[in-house]
Ligand binder design. Sequence first.
Ligand code: NAP
Length: 274
Amino acid sequence: MGTALGRAWLAAGHPLTVWNRTPGRTAALTAEGAVAAGSAAEAVAANRLVVACLLDDASVGTALDGADLAGHDLVNLTTGTPAEARERGVWAEKRGARFLDGGIMAVPPMIGAPGAFVLYSGHQELFEEQRGALAVPAGTEYVGADPGLAALYDVALLSGMYGMLAGITHAFALLRGTEVAPGDFAALLVPWLNAMAGTAQETAGRLTSGDYTTGVVSNLAMQVAGSGTLLRTAAEQGVSAELLTPFLHLMRDRVAAGHAEEDTTGLVDVLRTR
Ligand SMILES: NC(=O)c1ccc[n+]([C@@H]2O[C@H](COP(=O)([O-])OP(=O)(O)OC[C@H]3O[C@@H](n4cnc5c(N)ncnc54)[C@H](OP(=O)(O)O)[C@@H]3O)[C@@H](O)[C@H]2O)c1
């Protein structure tokens, strides 16, 4: 990811100093005009704006331990939890730096292309002042002054993605070994998932209003009754239902608690009380 980010800045004509723990991995960027620093501390000293994109929060602490951050703007694009981002913010401020946390919503080939965006939270003036440079590799979305917010949004978006990936995995497992060509099925699955994605807007509306029943077209009673078909089909096809059952059990329990007329919105509350 660091290489993809660096490439975008170099292509836009930004001067760039790079550091990586394993030195050889900066070769692609130095070949395109970046200056390789001999240490993280040397890289930090080269510019006011310092962007960290390492494996995890602990590696950021390790890498920047000996660097003088005073007077610098530290933008941390390393994926972490909200609490880690807040603690890293305090850590950076104690060392005299302004701090912004970021969550990259893209894979490396998307960097520099339309569609990629980065969620930012933390020091707002830093964000405004450095926005020109930050907007080069990807779109920018500032979500608030609490440094933990970008990570919270990031992980919530990734969690939505993993739910979708679980469904895709189960669907292909049902068809594996049959005469259905995976590509033919994908041509139907993608528009179906796109059509169903609008459920997120409905859920948002119901969470805001607190009304989980008015206008529900697919209530939990119907969905739980139908879930037996999903489980029997999985058994017929010799496929484990382990990706499906947690969600089906949540729906079943919500019905048992007297909420058969709701849609799935109430499951949000169930998850917060178990
Ligand atoms: N790749 C993606 O699709 C993607 C998408 C969104 C967000 N991200 C986030 O971007 C960050 C980087 O991901 P990546 O794909 O670039 O991962 P990566 O290819 O595995 O690179 C990890 C980097 O962290 C460095 N590192 C690991 N431990 C370190 C330590 N203790 N001290 C100093 N440096 C250390 C590695 O250095 P060495 O070269 O020396 O090992 C390497 O430069 C992660 O937080 C990831 O979650 C990635």
